[in-house]
Design a protein around this ligand. Structure first.
Ligand SMILES: *[C@@H]1O[C@H](CO)[C@@H](O)[C@H](O)[C@H]1NC(C)=O
Ligand SMILES: *[C@@H]1O[C@H](CO)[C@@H](O)[C@H](O)[C@H]1NC(C)=O
Ligand SMILES: *[C@@H]1O[C@H](CO)[C@@H](O)[C@H](O)[C@H]1NC(C)=O
Length: 351
C-alpha cells in the first residue's frame, strides 16, 4: 500500500541543519515576555510530518518530492520545507527530528521531536500509521523513560495539525453529506481530548491549526480546470473551525495561562490564494489553484512510475512560483507565504 493524499521525512540526518539559502534570524521579530520555548513537539499529518512514514510506503520518499530542498526525496510531502520547518525557524531552533530517528543520540532530541505521520487523523484512517492519541503516547513513553524532564516540558511548545484525513476516510467509507456535521463534531471532540492530553504531559503551550480551505485543494479544483474552489467543502471546513474555536475557548477556560492557541491556516491559505501579487511581492502565484506536479493518467499520483519506470506525472518549471505542489500539499514557496502571513500572530506564543 502506498500513502498518497494528505499523507505524509530524513535528510536532517544527512545534512544536519541546513536550513540553507535563507538567513535564520532568531531574535528579530519578537520580545520574549516570559515564555521562551526551546523545544517543539509536533503531532499530526503530512502538513507537519518531516519524515516519519516508511520509505517503502510513502510517495514523499519518491522523486520529485524534495526537489527544491534538500534536492532529493527526503520524506516531506512537498518539494521542500513544510509548516514544521517554518515554525521551528520562527522559534530560532532546528526543525525537530522525526520520532523515527530518536535513537540518533540524546543531543539530537534537545529541540523536541516530530511525531507527525502523513496520512493520519485523530481517528484511524486505514493506513496502519499511528493516530494522534498513539502519537501522544510516544511522547508519554519518552517522559516515562526520563528522556524529557518536567523542566524540558515547561519550555516546550506543541504544534498539532489535523488537515482532513479523518474526513477523507469518512467519505471513502461511504459517509453521507447529512452525517458530516455530526462527524465533524466527533473529530473536534477527539481533537479537544488530544489537545488536553498533550497539555497534561506538561507541555506549556499547544498550537493547533485550523482546517485549511479543503475546497481549494487541487484535487477539488481540478474539476473546474483549477479555476474555482468547492464552496460546499469550504463551508464544512468553516464549521470544523467554528467548533475548534469553541473547544479551544473551553480548554483555555480550564487552564490558567491560555495554554491553547489557534494557528489559523484557513485564513492564511485564503489570504495567499486570493492575493495573486501583492505590493510587497510576498505572493507571486499566478495560477494559485493549480499544482506543480500533475499526474498524467487517472489513478496515478505525483511520483508514480509505470511498469517500465516511466514517469506518470509532469513537474512545473518553477515550483517557487506555484502555491500547490501536488493535489493536496503546498510547495515550499506556498508554506513560506502562509508562514509570512501568520508570523505576526505567532508572537502570541510568547505572551
Ligand atoms: C488510536 O489507535 C489505537 C491503537 O491502534 C486504538 O486503540 C485507539 O482506539 C485509536 N484512537 C482513536 C481515537 O481512534
Ligand atoms: C463540491 O463538493 C461536494 C461535496 O461536498 C460535491 O457533492 C460537489 O459535487 C462538489 N462540487 C463541485 C462543483 O465540484
Ligand atoms: C468559562 O468558565 C466560566 C466560569 O467557570 C463559565 O461560566 C463559562 O461558561 C465558561 N465558558 C466556556 C466557553 O466554557
Amino acid at each position: 500500500m502506498e500513502f498518497h493524499g494528505l499523507l505524509s521525512y530524513t535528510f536532517f540526518l544527512l545534512f544536519p541543519f541546513a536550513i540553507a539559502g535563507e538567513a535564520v534570524s532568531v531574535n528579530e521579530h519578537h520580545t520574549y515576555v516570559g515564555f521562551r520555548p526551546t523545544k517543539l513537539f509536533v503531532f499530526g499529518d503530512s502538513y507537519a510530518d518531516t519524515g516519519n512514514n516508511p520509505k517503502s510506503l510513502a510517495s514523499s520518499w519518491k522523486t520529485p518530492y524534495g526537489v527544491t530542498f534538500p534536492g532529493k526525496p527526503a520524506g516531506r510531502y512537498s518539494d521542500g520545507r513544510v509548516l514544521t520547518d517554518y515554525l521551528a525557524r520562527f522559534m530560532g531552533i532546528k526543525s525537530p527530528l522525526p520520532y523515527k530517528f530518536r535513537n540518533y543520540g540524546p543531543g539530537k532530541l534537545r529541540g523536541g521531536l516530530n511525531f507527525a505521520y502523513g496520512g493520519t487523523g485523530v481517528f484511524d484512517t486505514g493506513n496502519l500509521q499511528p493516530n494522534m492519541t498513539t502519537q501522544i503516547g510516544f511522547l508519554q513513553g519518552l517522559i516515562k523513560d526520563k528522556v524529557y524532564t518536567k523542566r524540558d516540558l515547561e519550555s516546550s511548545l506543541a504544534l498539532v495539525t489535523v488537515s482532513g484525513n479523518d474526513y477523507g476516510t469518512y467519505t471513502s467509507a461511504g459517509g453521507s453529506d447529512q452525517g458530516l456535521p455530526s462527524f465533524i463534531s466527533q473529530v473536534v471532540n477527539q481533537m479537544a481530548k488530544d489537545l488536553k492530553l498533550i497539555h497534561d504531559t506538561g507541555v506549556r503551550r499547544v498550537l493547533v491549526t485550523t482546517l485549511q480551505p479543503v475546497g481549494c485543494l487541487p484535487r477539488e479544483t481540478v474539476l473546474s480546470s483549477y479555476q474555482q474552489c468547492n464552496e460546499s467543502r469550504n463551508s464544512a471546513a468553516t464549521f470544523h473551525n467554528q467548533l475548534l474555536h469553541q473547544a479551544v475557548t473551553t480548554l483555555n477556560n480550564n487552564t490558567k495561562d491560555s495554554s491553547f492557541l489557534i494557528l489559523d491556516i484557513f485564513s492564511a491559505f485564503n489570504t495567499v490564494l486570493n492575493t495573486k501579487r501583492d505590493t510587497t511581492g510576498n505572493s507571486k502565484f499566478d495560477t494559485p489553484l493549480k499544482p506543480c506536479c500533475v499526474a498524467t493518467r487517472s489513478g496515478a499520483n505525483c511520483g508514480s512510475l509505470d511498469e517500465n519506470g516511466k514517469e506518470l506525472y509532469t513537474v512545473c518549471n518553477e515550483p517557487g512560483s506555484m502555491f500547490f505542489w501536488d493535489t493536496v500539499h503546498p510547495t515550499q514557496a506556498g508554506w513560506r507565504a502562509v508562514y509570512l502571513t501568520l508570523r505576526s500572530s505567532l508572537n502570541r506564543i510568547y505572551n
